[in-house]
Design a protein around this ligand. Sequence first.
Ligand code: NDP
Length: 306
Amino acid sequence: MEKVRCLIIGGGPAGYTAAIYASRAALGPVLYEGMEPGGQLTTTTVVENFPSYPDGVDANALMADMRKQAVRLGADIRSGAITAADLSQRPFRLTLDSGDVIEAEALIIATGATARYLGLPSEQKFRGLGVSACATCDGFFYRRKDVAVVGGGDTACEEATYLAGICNKVYMIVRRDVLRASVAMQDKVKATPNIEILWNCNTREVLGDSSGVTGARLERKDGEVFDIAIDGFFLAIGHNPQSALFSQWVNTDAEGYIITDGRTSHTNVEGVFAAGDVQDPRYRQAITAAASGCRAALDAEKFLMQ
Ligand code: NDP
């Protein structure tokens, strides 16, 4: 059976950055990229808010560069996903989709999160062509245009407010007659003149043509069906952290986000560290994920030196 000192799970900004730091610390990291090498960023197009790219950078190119940097420094990056984990004792035992088992002295979980979608075929059809689950990533491309945000939580309110500063008009599509968001966020939304809340509405279909999204067909609770004209359709109905494999061992919050100790990446299991969106319900940015990957590698290094 293969034994490694530092195993990293996840091929997003957190995992690759952890691999860069762990390689430079001579921890001999092995990283499994999982089902979505490059992570959530690869579902977007251009990244304009990752520092050091004044003209923006193609999301896939950014991730490919991070990966290349980790490999150049000595990280062993492999395709494959973990299907089972036994973190009851050290070394930890992880089973791969190939059936192989690998043992690790230290484990960095950087498996990320996935945005929730409504599950409409039209939504999938226009993903990346006007349908997005990240206003901070993609909002800039809708300058002075009309867009819609689905959801009534803090994220939806925050994204609607953010988009209102860039776009001409922002519709919020809310399925009930109340917002779930905190009162402060609700007040902010209600005080923003170019946000219109469409209460009691569900999306039936995202409308579009070869140029991308052109509108959305909505159904109000009373049965009325109507269309709105928009260029961007933003989902903000929550995220699912990819923590299920580890939740038997590692403490998570009610939503499944791995709980880390204060400002560190330590989980409740000694030698297991968490980085990136799997432990971050709040910021969820490539740059914050990368920073937390750095923290996890530094914490793992300290742990392995003890
Ligand atoms: P939430 O779960 O809080 O809200 C999800 C929203 O999406 C709800 O309004 C929900 O409606 C709606 N929704 C869910 N499924 C559907 C669906 N199928 N169709 C239509 N609408 C749907 O998620 P958030 O991402 O907003 O927030 C997650 C956590 O992060 C929360 O605890 C939040 O407070 C926190 N957060 C804090 C921030 C801050 O403090 N600045 C910023 C962002 C998030 P319904 O209400 O009817 O269930």
